[in-house]
Each structure stands twice: as structure tokens, then as C-alpha cells.
Design a protein around this ligand. Sequence first.
Ligand code: GLC
Length: 564
Amino acid sequence: MITVDQSPASTYDPQHDAAWWRQAVVYQIYPRSFADSNGDGLGDIPGITSRIDHLAELGIDAVWLSPFYPSELADGGYDVADYRNVDPRLGTLRDFDDLVKTLHNRGIRVIVDIVPNHTSDQHEWFQEALQAGRGSEARDRYIFREGTGPDGAEPPSDWRSIFGGSAWERVDDGQWYLHHFAVEQPDLNWDNREVRDDFVSTLRFWSDRGVDGFRIDVAHMLTKDLTEPLPTHAELQSIPQDGHHPTLDRDDVHHVYAEWRAVFNSYEPPRTAVAEAWVDRERVPLYASPESLGQAFNFELLQADFDPEQFRRIVTDNLDLAARSGSSSTWVLSNHDVTRHATRYGLPRPTRDDDGHSTVKHGTEWVLAGGPAEMIDLAGGARRARAATLFLLGLPGSAYLYQGEELGLQEVADIPDNARQDPTFFRGGGTDGLGRDGCRVPLPWKESGESFGFGSAGAHLPQPAWFAGYAVAREEKDPTSSLTMYRRALALRRSLQSSERLEWIETGDPEVLRFRRPNGWEVVTNFGAGEYPLDRADIVISSGPVRLGEVAGETTVWLAPPEE
Ligand code: GLC
């Protein structure tokens, strides 16, 4: 019997080390769907605090809170009306301070989400811009332009919003403003000094309250070169993204982050940041460098099939990229924007579109998994998800988990159209998949009762009856549950993590990946259907039933270092 060594390895001291983030397990909380303390159907800050035991027992190092700021919820809170406050429906700043204190007391760090590309149209700046009229300083904080065509009635260009429809919206006096996302999310003008200064104040505001780090929303989109004539949408797609593209991944965005870095480094320990940057792989190190944000998401596993060749290539490339930037790699299988991986891996391959959304057309209907039963292999998806998770948790670098994945939760596909909230569903006109609500349904804490223990009233997105089978209270009692596997894996991971390297061991079987960490731990994943014979008997954890002398199909095992 192997006992779990709780003593931190040299590079791994989440309590005191300034490098705590390098191999941290970060758990993403989508606050409106985590736990509801006041019975209004929306999760809130005190709800998170009340579930501290779940977080501590899971064994995570940090939580990342998706936006909890005042918002009209045009985009699930990513439309921020006030960057330095808490949405009154979610609590108060005092509740936030209590949450930070409670988490810190249990050794858990706090990362908050910063949304700098756009504000909400309810933000006082935008309201002021509407009042102040053309040519005003207030309008200069955003991107206003005159239209084209007779009376300027046509938009300044044919650019499309990422959420569908035109990227320009006309205001009452005839000018147009740019919004890369929803109409309610006007893009800020990052050439404006006041905009830059204000975000520095926001970073200081949360850092002063004890926040340990920041997740930066669409970090590759802030700066823009809108010199006229504007290119067409088609031209935009073909301009190389080499640092000089008009709207994406411009080199000059790093001037912004250099200023932010000075802020981060003025704290002890320095505040951390992780970039959500959908950029060419070779350009990720610019965001992850210690002069810029310090770390960047790597979304490649989240976009990959459950496939040994893809997984090995992705791991090798990303460890190399991280080393080049001086950062550590990040690994993600699920987040609030994509189909849950337990479901993705149950869909017919290929299981995703280019944005990581798993949408499959069934006749004329778009379905996500959970749709027509014959299209989705629930048990297979769950099995592969557990194997992929245990593979990921054995890798060097930090692991980002999304709330509910520890329960093995599946995507909720059958949300009625009139209960959906995601603007991508509505703006896409139903032609672009079902949107992102299916991974944002409030968590089941209990097997029965009102909203499965999420709160004392309903849930803001409907929970299906089958959520009972995934309730925390049920899985806690089940030694074979997904929750039990996550808890045990995270406890063991403290021993497994050492230097940020791995060495591949050739298995002679194209379906099997095996790697060794410098301290002797080994991870073996069998992606195939058959068995892989194992030369060792010291399996410490397995994503499926343990079999002596072999790793079963679609299973990952960890092997402890040989006894000294
Ligand atoms: C990011 C967020 C996503 C949001 C978008 C606009 O991609 O993860 O949820 O809709 O930015 O803020």
C-alpha cells in the first residue's frame, strides 16, 4: 500500500512560494452556477464560501472566479458594468473579502477574471459616450466611426462579430461603435491613456484585496490599428497574424502587459496572470513570458480527439513552448466556453469544430451530446474523460479544471430554446450549434430536493433529472466515482510533481503513451480498446478498474517510483 506523501517537492509549495502557480491545480468557478445562498436561483459569493469544504477536500491550489462583477448578463458576466465591485445579486465586496480570507485560510489562492477588450454597454463610460456625442472624449474611450453609404446608414465595414451578425452597431445620432462580441459589449480603445490607467487601477484594487492572480479575457484582442480605409472582413481573415494584423495578436498589446507586469511585480509575492490568447502556437510565448502576463492557456488538448498521436504531439510541443518563454505549460480539457469533455469524448469523431464546440448535426437539428441517444456514447465518453484527466494531471505544468468536471458531469443538451441565455446561440440564429449554456447548468450537490442542493429555489438554467446521479453527496460515498478519483489524484499529485520535465518511454504500441517524471513517477495511458500488458504491479491510481498485469482499454494508471 502506497501512502500519499504530503510533503511538497522542491518546486511545489503552494503556500509560500512565489512560483506557486507553475504547477498549480486551478479550479474554475462559474459563480452564477456554483452555489446559491439566498434562493434567487443565481449562484453567489457566499454560496462559494459555504462550499469551502468541497474545494479543500478536492485538493486544489487555487480557484479562478469567472466574472462576478455587476453585469446585465448579456454574455454571462463577460459584459462588465463596473470592474471594481460585486454584482449585488451575487453579494457585496465584504462577501468577497470573506471568501478570499476563507480560501486563504485553507491554503487556496484566488484568481479573478479581467475583461479588458470590452465593457458592458451599461458601464458608466459607455452611457457617458452615448450622451456626449461625436468627437467627445467620452467616445474616444471606445471605437466610434461614421458609417458608409448614403447618410452613413451602412456600417463602417463588413466585419462580423465573433458571436454572429455585424461587428458594428449604430447609435441614435448615427455613429457606429465596434463590438467584437455581443452588441452589449462595446470594444474599448486601448490607444486611450485613460482606459489604460483605469485597468491599472482595477488590477491594484483587486491585488490590494488579496487576490493572487488574474485570468485575462481575450488577451490577444485589446490593441487595434483601425487606420482607414478599413480592410474587408475577407481581407481581415487573410492578413497574416504576425504581430501587425489590424485587430488580432498585435505586438503592441505587450506594451499594455509590460505596464501590468510592473503592477504585478510591485506585490509580494508578485501577482500572477494567465492569458486567454487564441493565437498561433509560435506566438504564445510572447504572452507567457515573464515580461508579459507570465502564463498562457494552451487549448490544444481541449481541441484534440482522444488520440495518442495528437496527445503526444501536443504535450511535446507545449512543454517546449513553455520552456522557451520561461513559463510553465497549462493544460485544459473543459471550461465555460466548450462542451464538457465527458460528453465530447462520447461523440462521433471529429468531436469539435475549430472553436472547440462540439456540435453535431442530426438531420436538420443541431445537437450536442445528450441529444439523440444513438449519437452519444455516455459510458465511453465518461471512461475516456477519466483517462484523459488522469493523463493531464500527471503532466508537468498547471492544470486548469472546470467546476463539475470532478463529478464527471456531462453536457446538458436539451435546454429549451426559451431557457437559453448564451448570446452565441441567439446571434448564431441556431445555425452555429447550441451555444455554451449546456456546460453552465448549476451544479448538483445533493441527489434530491430543490435544485439538487444548488439553492433553496430553482436554478437559473434548468437541471435535468439525471443530475442526481452526479451529485457531490452521492459521489463522495462511492469509491469508484469520478470525485473520488479526482480527490485521490490531486493528493497524489503533490508527490508526483517535481521538476517540470518528462521523458517518453516507447511502448511499442501505437495506442499507448507512457512517460516518466524525473522523480520516478510514471503515467501510462492506453487509448486503444485492447489491453496493454504492464511489467509492474505498483499501480497507485487508475482511471478505471485496476487489473493486475495490464492496463485496460481507455484507461490511465500512475505508477509510483520504485522503493529506494
Ligand atoms: C472569452 C470568454 C467568453 C466570453 C468572451 C467575451 O472568450 O471566455 O466566455 O464570451 O471572452 O468576453
